[in-house]
Ligand binder design. Structure first.
Ligand SMILES: [Zn+2]
Ligand SMILES: [Zn+2]
Length: 318
């Protein structure tokens, strides 16, 4: 059976309350708390320290990218007269729309390189905050996967303990023994025909085990669903597409196929170049300073003008 101090149980209750009010932030906190629990139960002090540091780092990355994704404007086309190249005019905003720009019905504005409107961020995901959104999903998935895998035994232990408590509750002291147990009454004096009282489990024992189960289920489900979403976005980024352009390009591909033609995405600059553009990598050192470490740099391009069918290999000579 897992033993835990009352302090941890109080933390667990607080986290459940936070989860109820804000699923996204609560998930982050639950992730952190589970990490602490899992690390605290490791035998090796050094390994526990490494895990705890990794969890804190992951927590910082998640918080940073989540904050930046919510607070960074996705980018809007200019509303005043300018000489930018545009492909159409928005019928709702009555302004020129540059390439890859789409109108968001929720924000009621045109968004540069719009991907989708995210209700969890309460913000549109567009040119300037797409990287933050993807990084948040990635680090959140990694944290959830870590908690889910390393906390599996903890979850099984908690589940078995709860089952045992439920079973013992059914055998409360004072309940007469029936059937074969009645034979106990035939035993010598000193024996009783009542069962031995079951070992007592405190409210905190039950709460702790329920918290562990809740957090494991939460991190596992979030890990799987968010992991699938992250993989999907990674595929789209590799192809140089947004979620909206995926549908547009699919239709265009079908339309051209009916005519016997092959359609090619005009903004696909090659897999590596697409990632460099998305991550804003312009020098080799940027893989460390801009990708592995949290960074506030602006993405490559201003989001207003896009080169079409650029040379694949040497777009960014990194
Ligand atoms: Zn518009
Ligand atoms: Zn929007």
């Amino acid at each position: 059976m897992i033993q835990i101090c009352s302090c941890c149980v109080v933390k667990g209750i607080i986290i459940i309350r936070v989860v109820c009010t804000d699923a996204e932030c609560g998930g982050v906190l639950a992730l952190f708390f589970t990490c602490v629990l899992v690390c605290g139960l490791h035998n090796s002090l050094v390994w526990s320290g490494v895990c705890l540091s990794g969890c804190y780092l992951n927590q910082c990355y998640c918080a940073f990218h989540y904050y930046k994704a919510t607070k960074t404007s996705p980018g809007h086309p200019p509303t005043v007269k300018s000489d930018i190249r545009f492909v159409s005019v928005c019928k709702k905003c009555i302004i020129p729309k540059p390439a890859r720009t789409h109108h968001c019905g929720i924000c009621n504005r045109c968004i540069l390189k719009m991907d989708h409107h995210c209700p969890w961020l309460n913000n549109c995901v567009g040119h300037f905050n797409h990287r933050y959104f993807f990084s948040f999903c990635l680090f959140m998935t990694l944290g959830c996967a870590y908690c889910s895998i390393s906390g599996r035994n903890l979850f099984l232990d908690a589940y078995n303990t709860l089952e045992r408590i439920k079973h013992l509750d059914m055998e409360k002291p004072g309940v007469p023994v029936t059937g074969i147990g009645a034979l106990i009454g035939l035993l010598p004096s000193g024996q009783t025909k009542y069962q031995t009282p079951a070992p007592s489990y405190t409210f905190m024992d039950k709460m702790f085990n329920k918290c562990v189960i809740f957090m494991w289920v939460l991190t596992s489900t979030v890990g799987v669903t968010l992991g699938a979403l992250t993989c999907w976005h990674a595929v789209l980024i590799s192809r140089g597409e947004t979620s909206i352009e995926k549908h547009i390009n699919s239709k265009e591909r079908e339309r051209h196929a009916q005519r016997g033609q092959i359609y090619r995405n005009p903004f696909n600059y090659g897999r590596l170049n697409n990632w460099k553009i998305f991550l804003g990598v312009e020098r080799k050192s940027h893989w460390l300073t801009r990708v592995l470490l949290p960074s506030e740099h602006y993405p490559y391009s201003d989001g207003l003008t896009w080169e079409i069918y650029t040379c694949k290999k040497d777009l960014i000579p990194v």
